[in-house]
Structure formats: C-alpha cells, structure tokens
Design a protein around this ligand. Structure first.
Ligand SMILES: *Cc1c(COP(=O)(O)O)cnc(C)c1O
Length: 406
C-alpha cells in the first residue's frame, strides 16, 4: 500500500461503513503530534475522543506496557494476577472510591453499572422485581452497545436496532425540576454525563448538579456519572464532578485510563452498589488483566506526576480565551471547560465538517460533532506555543482568510 488513496479504496471495499473519517492516513504519533503516511505533521485536537489525554505514545506508559507484555498478559479472572491489586489500590486512592470493577471498553463499563445498579435496586432498595427504572438525559452518549443505544435519543444511533430493553426514562439535561418530576419509588439510578460530550460539549447550568445530588440522596437513587470522556484531567480536574462540588455514587472511567494504548475501563463506586455482584453474576475474560492493569497504573501515574491536569486547566483557559477573541461571523458560541472545548457555528456557516477539512489543510486535526460544532480536545500535554499556533490556524479558517484550506 503506497499512497493514501490505496488505503481509502481498500477500507471502502472491505470495511463496514460505520464511520466517515476525515481523509488522513496516520502512521505515527508523539505527544500532541501526528504524522500521516506521507510524513505531513498535524496537531491532534481530538485525542481519540479523549483517550489520549497523556499524549500519543507516552514513553513511560509504553515502557510499562512492553515490560508487562513480556512478562504476563492474561490469566483471566479464574486466577489472581500480581497487577490487579496494585491497580485497585492506586485508582481507589486517586479517586477516593471504595470498590472497583475493571472492564475494557467504555460501553462495557456503562452496561456493567446498569446491571449492578438494577441488582442493587432489587436487593438493597427493595424495588419490586423487574420494575427498576433508570433516568437518563436527552442527547446522552454512553456508547454503542445494544443496551446503551436503547436509551439514546439520537435516531441515527438507535434507528433500526430495536427492540430495546425497557426501564429507562429520558429527561432534559440541565433541568433539575424535570429530573425531580421523573423520580418514582422504583427509580434506582440517574445516569448522566457531567458535560455532554458528543452532544456538542454542553455544560449544565450552575446549581444543576448540586440539586441533582440532593435529590438522589433524598430519594435513595444512585447517581452514576459517566466520566469516560470528561474524566482523568480533560476538564482541568481529575474528575469533572469536582467543578460541581459533588460526589457521584458510581463513576465510570475509560478512554484515557490507558492513555490510548489499550481498552481499559472501570466502574468506581463509593456506595454499596458494586457489593451486590457475587461470583458468577458478572465478568469479562479480559477485564482486570495484568497488561491492562500495568498500562492503567502508568497512565494514571503520568497524569498526576507530570502535572497534566493543572496544564489542562491552564491551557484550556488560554485556548478558550483565544477562541473567544476570534472575530468571525461564522461563530455562534465557544463552550468548554479545561481542554474540552467546542466552537459552535451559525447554521448559515455551512457545517462544521468543511472547517475541519480546512483545518486539516493547515495541519490541525479536529472533528465536527452534531454538524455545527467543532470539537477541540488536544492531549493535555499541549504547550502555550502549541496552543497559540493552533489558534492562528483557527483564526485563519474561521475568519475566512482561508475557508477552504487551500
Ligand atoms: C466514548 C464514550 C463512551 C463509550 O466508550 P467506548 O470505549 O467507545 O465504548 C461512553 N460514554 C461516554 C461519555 C463517552 O464519551
């Protein structure tokens, strides 16, 4: 395979068409930078949907991975391994959780939390059999498995995949009154993203989460925060819940838990929810394997030791201020927290995709979301100079000096 067109042709012919990628064929990455097969360099403003918060091919995570891969990769949970307990200790200490359930993909962590919280509802809360209700939000994104798309409100995500599992109620995001009105005695959990990522980086109004927390406590409802995208430093705090001054009962992490090396996710619980799972009731062949644990331990360590979370707060503020100072008729709003940012364009601007194509022409890889927003989420190791350089490229593209990325 020689030139980019060959890769596209083969992918087109042999691959399922469930993605419409921006046409760049990447072959190498380091820190915030990516290189394509022809050697052209790009600054990554997506970080694989925040899975690469620590930067591409972080040398310390790489070392942990290769060392562990040469020693022991998988035992299954039929036996114990010498990495799992260390992973439990480190993630529990860092996040203040009491119980940890290791899984692989983010969607699996979501599914696992749903199973656990339903069982908790029956065994601890006393909900009648098969009556458990879980409240979720309009425009939620929690992954792509059948259980999860069943309570999506995106016609693209759910259309044609039914029938779906019952037991979910949808309320508007950011509206505590609507949440309160949806509560019943059979409500076992509220599953929600602290900031809605795929919906376009939607930040709820101040006071929403504190009120939700109060209501969950008052009604004995488990608050499950899906921090798979917002967590692990992305928003300038270890967990986005810290911006709200609340603590979830169950926190879901994934993506950057491996720094992008390997799928690793976890359900973290500081209540008795995970305690209901007994041997044989849930599992995963790969969940908690020694390779995943060694990678996750290194990924968490560098996040803290190298000051990436503080850097995300600082660089995020600089990036947001820079975006806000761009005078462009195309821009409707700049949103975000830390390095989880989005530029929403006016509908007349012609869609975010063509701006992303133009940015690609100028060496910046960003992704459109919900057709009118450009999502910006570079690795947390980005420097001031790099932020300023990316801002120049955004300025050029958004002010129409170079709308087509000539
Ligand atoms: C990406 C994501 C998921 C799903 O993670 P996968 O690893 O793709 O299964 C779930 N929730 C949120 C908020 C996400 O951003």
């Amino acid at each position: 395979m020689m030139n980019p067109a060959d890769f596209l042709a083969v992918e087109d012919q042999l691959g399922a068409h469930n993605y419409k990628p921006i046409d760049v064929v990447l072959s190498r990455g380091r820190g915030v930078w990516l290189w394509d097969v022809e050697g052209k360099q790009y600054l990554d403003c997506l970080s694989a949907y925040s899975a690469v918060n620590q930067g591409h091919c972080h040398p310390k995570i790489l070392r942990a991975m290769t060392e562990q891969a040469g020693r022991l990769t998988l035992t299954s949970r039929a036996f114990r391994n010498d990495q799992l307990a260390l992973f439990y200790e480190e993630i529990a200490a860092l996040t203040g959780s009491h119980k940890v359930l290791p899984m692989n993909s983010g969607a699996e962590a979501v599914e696992s939390a749903i199973k656990a919280v339903r069982k908790w509802g029956y065994e601890v809360k006393g909900v009648p059999e098969n009556k458990a209700e879980i409240i979720v939000c309009h425009q939620n994104f929690h992954g792509r498995t059948l259980g999860v798309v069943g309570f999506s409100t995106d016609p693209e995500a759910r259309g044609g995949f039914g029938p779906f599992a019952p037991g979910f109620k949808v309320v508007p995001f950011g509206d505590a009154k609507a949440f309160e009105a949806a509560l019943t005695e059979n409500t076992v959990a509220f599953l929600v993203e602290p900031i809605q990522g795929e919906a376009g980086v939607i930040i709820p109004p101040a006071g929403y989460f504190p009120r939700v927390r109060e209501l969950c406590t008052a009604h004995n409802v488990t608050l499950i925060l899906d921090e798979i995208q917002t967590g692990l430093g992305r928003t300038g705090k270890l967990l986005a819940e810290q911006h709200e001054g609340i603590e979830a009962d169950v926190t879901l992490v994934g993506k950057a838990l491996s720094g992008g090396f390997y799928p690793v996710s976890a359900v973290l619980s500081n209540s008795d929810v995970l305690g209901v799972l007994k041997p044989g009731q849930h599992g995963s062949t790969f969940g908690g394997n020694p390779l995943a644990c060694a990678i996750a331990r290194a990924a968490l360590r560098v996040l803290v030791e190298e000051g990436m979370i503080e850097n995300a707060a600082k660089m995020g503020a600089r990036f947001k201020a820079g975006l806000e100072s761009i005078r462009s008729n195309a821009v409707r709003e700049v949103r975000g927290r830390g390095l989880m940012l989005a530029v929403e364009l006016h509908p007349e601007a012609g869609g975010a995709r063509r701006y992303c194509e133009a940015l690609k022409g100028r060496g910046v890889l960003a992704k459109d979301t919900h057709s009118h927003s450009i999502r910006i989420a570079p690795p947390l190791v980005i420097t001031e100079e790099e932020v300023d350089w990316v801002l120049e490229q955004f300025d050029a593209v958004l002010t129409g000096r170079d709308p087509c990325g000539s």
